[in-house]
Design a protein around this ligand. Structure first.
Ligand code: SF4
Ligand code: SF4
Length: 193
């Protein structure tokens, strides 16, 4: 009798991140060191467990969680894991799947807007432009007047240059973004079973 192996969420995550989530034995060290765990609706070790389970409801819970967006990418979890797993990379992959499938958490919409404004700014100029970042973020969230009071101080101190500086080699940056988009598209195909 022939059997075909259907790729699980853990398989997909392993392909993207080179982390075998199945090896996580739930020691909780990642969560114990995570500076954002107290704000998350799922802790890092719970995220790893749900990826291991990988059924429809677990995938939905993961992709709709705010936790995957609250992660600050500090890599403390990855540094501390005794199994040398990379929960930070797993969370990054889940973010991409969540965005691709339109399942992003409403509670994290401002973080997501910032994330997208940051990426768009880098994609356009190849480097950070604080003014362009703030403009994109404000337009996306319609939070036009929040933090307005600090803008003059930042302008006076030269912390908010109005002109964007473009780097040479932006074509290489565009290629990186195109590769990432293709990668995300392929990964996003299976994550919503
Ligand atoms: S530290 Fe590593 S093994 Fe322990 S729960 Fe976190 S991911 Fe799993
Ligand atoms: S990378 Fe994210 S999940 Fe890991 S410790 Fe930092 S904030 Fe927590």
């Amino acid at each position: 009798m022939s059997t075909t192996h259907q790729a699980t969420l853990a398989d997909e995550i392993r392909q993207i991140t080179d982390t075998n989530v199945v090896e996580c034995y739930q020691c909780g060290k990642c969560t114990a060191g995570c500076p954002m765990a107290r704000y998350m609706d799922l802790s890092p070790n719970q995220i790893m467990r749900l990826v291991q389970i990988g059924d429809k409801s677990s995938i939905d819970k993961l992709l709709r969680s705010a936790a995957i967006w609250y992660c600050a990418g500090c890599l403390t979890c990855t540094q501390r894991c005794p199994k040398k797993l990379d929960p930070a990379a797993v969370i990054d992959a889940l973010r991409e799947m969540s965005g691709n499938q339109g399942k992003t958490a409403h509670a994290a919409r401002k973080i997501i807007a910032f994330h997208q404004a940051f990426l768009k700014t880098i994609q356009k100029t190849g480097r950070m432009s604080e003014f362009a970042l703030v403009r994109r973020y404000k337009l996306a969230t319609l939070d036009l007047f929040g933090d307005l009071a600090i803008a003059p101080v930042m302008l006076l101190k030269g912390k908010l240059p109005l002109k964007s500086h473009k780097i040479p080699g932006r074509d290489a940056i565009k290629k990186i973004f195109a590769t990432c988009r293709e990668h995300s598209r392929t990964a996003g195909k299976g994550g919503g079973r």
